[in-house]
Design a protein around this ligand. Sequence first.
Ligand SMILES: C[S@@+](CC[C@H](N)C(=O)[O-])C[C@H]1O[C@@H](n2cnc3c(N)ncnc32)[C@H](O)[C@@H]1O
Length: 240
Amino acid sequence: MNFKKRIDREEIMDHTTIELEPLAAAYRDINRSNELLGGYSATFKTLRKLIATARSSGPVRILDMGCGDGGMLRYLAERFRKLNITVEFLGLDLNSDALVLARENSREYQEITFGCANILEYHGEALRYDYVLCTLTLHHFSDHDIPRVISVCQSCCDRAVIINDLHRSKTAYYLFKIFSAIFIRSAIAINDGLISIRRAFRKRELQELSKKFPNWEHKIKWHWAYRYIWVIKKKRPTPS
Ligand SMILES: C[S@@+](CC[C@H](N)C(=O)[O-])C[C@H]1O[C@@H](n2cnc3c(N)ncnc32)[C@H](O)[C@@H]1O
């Protein structure tokens, strides 16, 4: 199997109308993987550091592009409640069934709201967010559309865009096969998890992409297990 290039294959979640229960099962498995394989904590630690170094008054505003069933936002809401940091979250997703699950699962979280939007057609310039997240979502897009996704995230972001996505590697692929045999129940999550790794990124590719956005600061860091966190920070204007 060749991992040199991103493969051009859709995930089941992207091209099929899935009944609500199998969709819920797939998101439960994605959430378990995020929890056990460090996906949630990598985003949380990155955000916590950024928030600690930013001076701000009022609630921190966070937008999650491609929020799925809202698992990441509930995780972050719990962590920030413990730190007594007030946060307002908005999760956007293209899949209205995912949003049914997200609203149902997030009833205890008044700080989280959800909306339906296609990232590629989103015009959010009027709404401002301190941080814009894009977790396990960038790899769903073609090489052609990825710069547009990043521009859209930047267009409504005042501080930093945080991309959390997978590292495309043979080791990650076979480790996920072992992990999924033990921890994943949904056939959709197993199929899509393996495709996701093959659609994911090498550091060099993210570095090349970052050159398309020279007016922003870029930091790309590898995290266990086989993730990249790419922080795209708004450059401060230099004092004249
Ligand atoms: C693998 S899930 C990731 C969910 C969540 N962010 C997480 O980390 O667990 C990818 C999500 O991206 C959403 N998505 C894919 N294409 C999209 C688009 N064009 N606009 C908005 N959401 C999209 C899918 O519906 C799906 O919920």
